[in-house]
Structures are given as C-alpha cells and as structure tokens.
Design a protein around this ligand. Structure first.
Ligand code: SF4
Ligand code: SF4
Length: 423
C-alpha cells in the first residue's frame, strides 16, 4: 500500500523578477510540485460498498469538522477520514472506523450529503466479515445473538423490575388480551439498575393516567439497531424478524418505546421487514397529555434542569419539543439550555455501537463524549441533567463521577422527574 509522502517545498535561492526579489519561500508558488502520493483506490474501494458511495462526494470543505463531537475530543470527522484514505490509510483497518457514533451532525451541514450513517455500517460490515472487530464490541454482538440482549442478561429476568413498580404491569403472554398500548421497555431500561428506576416510574405514570398498557416481558428482545450501525446487519435482521413475529402475536393499537434507538428502528427500519406500527417515543406519547398530567402533580421540584437531546430522537427523527414540553409542565422545573442543543445537540457517545466501545475509544480521544457533555451541563448551573434515552442515565452518571462533579449535578430520566412530582 503506498504511503503518504510529505511535501518538500521547492525554493530557489536567488530569483529576481522584474526587479523584485523573490528568493527563498517567495518563489514557492511558481513551481509545480508533487505534494502527496495519493491513493484514490482507497476511496474507490469504500465507495464501491453498497451504502458507502457518498464518501467519494467529499470536496474537503471541512464544514463537518466544526460540528463533529468526536473532533472536539480528538482528531476526527468525515473530511479527515476522506483525506487519510486518500493519502494511504485503509479505513477498515484503522481505529477511525470505530469512533463515529453515527450522530448525524456532519450530514446536517454537509453540502455534498456525505452520509456517515450509511458509510460506517457498510465499512464496519467488512470488518465484521474479516473478524477484526474490537473485542468489547464483539462481546456485545455475541451476547445479543445468544441472549437477545447485548448485556448477556438472562431473558427470563427481563421483567423482574415489575415486582417493585408498586403498580400492576400486564405481561402480554399472561394476560391474553388486547391492550391499547404495547410498551417496548428496551434492554437497558429492563436490566440496568438506573434504567429499572425509569421503567418503574413509567409504569406508575401510565397507571396514574389510566393508560391500558402491556409489556412483552421475557419475549422482548433488543431492537438491534445499534448492532446494525456497528456493522452487524445480519444480527439486526434476525432480531427484527423475531421482534416482528412477537409483536404479531398480540393485539394493540400503539407501540410506545422508552428509547430513541428503538423508536428509530421500529419507525424507519422495521417497515422494510413488514413490521408496520403506530410508534411513539414515550415523550411523544405523554406530551399531548400534559393537561391530564398537571392535576396529578403533588409537589414542586424547584430544580434547574438542562436537557440533553438524544441524537436518535432529535437529529435523526426531528423530535425536540416533546421532552421539553413534558419538563416545562412539571411544577418547579426551570428549563435551561446548554449551548449545544436541538439540531446541534452534542452526542453522549453511546450511538452507533459507541455504547460498547468506551475502552477502545479511550486510546484515541482526550475524554469520553459523555464526560464532555457533563462538563457542559455543569457549566449551565443546572441541578439536574434530564435525559430520555436508556443509554444515557448510565453514561452520564458515570461521567458525573469521572469528571469530579458528584454532588453538583444529578442525572434523571424525564419520566423519573414526572413521577417524582406526582409523589
Ligand atoms: S462537510 Fe461534506 S463535503 Fe465538506 S469536508 Fe465534510 S464530508 Fe466533505
Ligand atoms: S456522524 Fe457524528 S460522530 Fe460520526 S463523523 Fe459525523 S459528526 Fe462525527
């Protein structure tokens, strides 16, 4: 593989043109010179992969670099990936392949529509097939294939959180009846200690509102979208088929999901596999019900709250208002924004497989994206960092400790704040 060659400037020592002395660096511009030995074949190889064609469109304007969250803690972005490939780097063998979180901020500003959301999964699939996946990601893939969730948790324990919810939770296989709302709880909400707090809060809020809901319990499997974006399309397709078959066993009107990644999968991907649902993120389901919620609030929280837009609810699916409407409805919540918000929201680092690549990424970044985001949240003076993605509570709580901000900021799911104000 040809290596990049640094340019050696050509300078002539004694040049005078029309009486003007242009010796040394002043005559560089008059000489043609080879700056780099290019490797366009590296770009062509990537662009030949189905879905990755748009990498070849890059014209190096660098608009993407200013908004790429990874560049803020490292040296990254589509322009740099293109340039490195053009000058010798083979992306499929480079650590750069695993740093993109598919946050979509670059696509938002790119005049040429270079689409990393399609390029990255396509190139990562090559790495999956050649067996060069970082070990921690490989483990998440194997757990998903074996247990139906990337954590390697026992599927039979998926609904254990319901025991402490304080309200009855209908499990579809046991109830054998139609429900209005099938609530897809999600992996991290079902198993992670803090996720389970959000699950219990959701069950209580639904119950208080009189929502007729049920869950799949042990039958629920991970949606698979993050595994797809990390390069395991086959695994995603297997999970989509299994989840669609399970949904098909039951009667329901609306599919409500806890997480933006599942929302993205069920809304945008599952229809390609004949899974068509009236799907809503839980904030979208609850926001139109704020007039019903308000009489149920019993106390004022008296907190300054800042909200982190999940990439897959915001940029990917255009929903910025529903979580904010819910937060504003809670008595005693003062909503303050971080400088990067809504379309330009910063990424928590968990998307596109990033959830399972923190150890790997540590060697190529100065700090985790979640740490960077927590610093921004603390700088607003907020008491609470509100989230509505199951990946985020664990990421940000860890980041609060890692950045030495324990005691200054707490992390709460929006649904936990709604529930807290009802007590
Ligand atoms: S914004 Fe688009 S065209 Fe410009 S450098 Fe980035 S990827 Fe290339
Ligand atoms: S999708 Fe996000 S993380 Fe990936 S290159 Fe674009 S801006 Fe950077």
């Amino acid at each position: 593989m040809p290596q990049s060659v640094k340019a050696t400037p050509i300078e002539k020592e004694n040049i005078v043109v029309d009486g003007v002395d242009i010796s040394g660096q002043w005559n560089r511009m008059f000489e043609q010179r080879v700056i780099f030995r290019y490797t366009p074949e590296n770009i062509e190889e990537i662009a030949a992969l189905p879905g990755a064609e748009s990498l070849a469109y890059c014209y190096q304007c660098a608009k993407c670099i200013g908004v790429c969250p990874v560049d803020i803690v490292g040296d990254y972005g589509p322009r740099k990936i293109y340039r490195k490939a053009q000058t010798g780097t083979v992306l499929v063998d480079s650590p750069d392949l695993w740093l993109c979180t598919t946050c979509q901020n670059c696509l938002r500003v790119c005049p040429k529509e270079v689409n990393m959301i399609k390029i990255m999964p396509a190139v990562r699939e090559v790495a999956v097939n050649q067996g060069t996946v970082p070990p921690e990601l490989q483990k998440a893939f194997e757990n998903t294939a074996r247990y139906g969730n990337p954590l390697g948790e026992n599927p039979r324990k998926r609904a254990e959180w319901t025991k402490d919810a304080g309200v009855p939770v209908t499990i579809m296989a046991q109830a054998k009846r139609a429900v209005d709302v099938l609530w897809y709880v999600s992996t991290y909400t079902s198993y992670h200690q803090r996720g389970k707090d959000a699950a219990r809060a959701m069950a209580r809020v639904f119950t208080a509102l009189g929502v007729d809901f049920g869950i799949l319990g042990a039958e629920e499997k991970d949606d698979g979208d993050s595994q797809r974006l990390a390069g395991e399309k086959g695994l995603f397709e297997m999970l989509a088929e299994q989840n669609i078959a399970t949904f098909g066993k039951y009667q329901f009107n609306k599919l409500v999901v806890t997480g933006p990644h599942e929302f993205n999968a069920f809304k945008n991907l599952y229809p390609q596999y004949n899974g068509n649902y009236d799907v809503a993120h839980y904030t979208q389901f609850l926001a139109p019900k704020v007039d019903q919620l308000k009489p149920l609030f019993k106390k004022s929280l008296n907190k300054k709250v800042t909200f982190h837009d999940p990439c897959y609810l915001g940029r990917h699916n255009g929903e910025y208002d529903a979580p904010r409407d819910l937060l504003r409805a809670i008595p005693g919540v003062e909503l303050i924004e971080m400088p990067r918000n809504r379309v330009n929201g910063y990424c928590c680092g968990g998307g596109g497989g990033g959830m399972w690549l923190d150890s790997f990424s540590r060697d190529y970044t100065t700090m985790r994206l979640s740490d960077r985001r927590v610093v921004e949240a603390v700088e607003t003076g907020a008491d609470v960092l509100a989230v509505c993605c199951p990946f985020e509570v664990s990421r940000f709580e860890d980041a609060v400790k890692a950045t030495g901000n324990a005691g200054k900021l707490v992390v709460r799911d929006v649904i936990e704040l709604v529930d807290e104000a009802m007590k």
